[in-house]
Design a protein around this ligand. Structure first.
Ligand SMILES: C[S@@+](CC[C@H](N)C(=O)[O-])C[C@H]1O[C@@H](n2cnc3c(N)ncnc32)[C@H](O)[C@@H]1O
Length: 235
């Protein structure tokens, strides 16, 4: 995917989530970016610090022990978010994407382990509660839940299918602009897509521990509008 990223990232602020020993962070720093690299595991962060020193990149790399969810309370924006190999390790994957949509000003490079298959196709704008058959179609957005282990690793929780990845990204405000390889997605922040979720802002704020009461009216108003005009019966 080297070609998909500008070779000169001078002046770019980049966030690498789940940086591990810093492979991607260093490559991005070598292209001139100022990188904030986070990981939960202090051992990996120590390795990344050592690697940064070997490449003389300490000035361009800031390492912090953080969970992806902690970013909700970080008052910074990033031109490029590097989010590879982490989503399927999370209990709360969609929340992580919602958080990143608030922090991204331009691009996100995303990778996740997925379900087999590469089906594509549209889903209806709405469908009846007694007509759930379409959700069984191969192209319907889905995530397989891994209750036990995969590859002996009990931190693997979810494997979305391809349409599931794209649908989740869309509802968070990211448009896929390129797929440079299997399970790889280059996304652009799309303000219009992001607007679609404004009605649900109260739930996001509550999930990240911020005051939500002032925004809940949007959600209630949308729900009531549906109950009156949609196929739901007004109770
Ligand atoms: C499979 S590795 C991916 C490493 C690297 N991003 C890559 O694509 O090669 C997952 C990394 O995410 C980190 N990680 C797991 N849960 C995390 C979380 N909640 N927040 C931030 N990092 C996390 C792990 O410690 C590990 O370094």
């Amino acid at each position: 995917m080297e070609h998909a990223i500008p070779t000169d990232l001078s002046g770019w602020h980049v966030l690498d989530i789940g940086c591990n020993a810093g492979f991607y962070s260093i490559e991005l720093a070598k292209r001139g970016a100022q990188v904030l690299a986070i990981d939960v595991d202090p051992h990996y962060l120590k390795q990344a610090a050592w690697v940064a020193q070997q490449f003389g990149m300490e000035d361009r790399l800031e390492l912090k022990q953080m969970q992806v969810y902690d970013l909700a309370r970080l008052d910074r924006q990033f031109d490029l978010i590097w989010y590879m190999g982490v989503l399927y390790h999370l209990r709360y994957p969609l929340l992580s994407l919602d958080i990143l949509a608030q922090k991204a000003s331009h691009l996100m490079v995303f990778q996740t382990l997925t379900m087999p298959g590469n089906e594509t196709g549209d889903v209806p704008e709405d469908f009846g509660v007694n007509d759930r058959q379409p959700t069984l179609e191969a192209h319907w957005p889905k995530m397989a839940f891994i209750e036990k282990k995969m590859a002996g690793d009990l931190t693997n929780w979810w494997a979305p299918n391809h349409t599931g990845v794209e649908a989740m990204l869309r509802t968070c405000g990211f448009k896929v602009i390129e797929r440079p390889g299997h399970e790889l997605y280059i996304c652009q922040v799309d303000e219009q897509l992001r607007q679609h979720q404004h009605w649900n802002q109260s739930e996001y704020l509550s999930a990240v521990g911020l005051a939500w009461q002032d925004t809940v009216q949007d959600k209630i108003a949308q729900k009531n509008a549906y109950m009156v005009s949609g196929s739901g019966s007004k109770k």
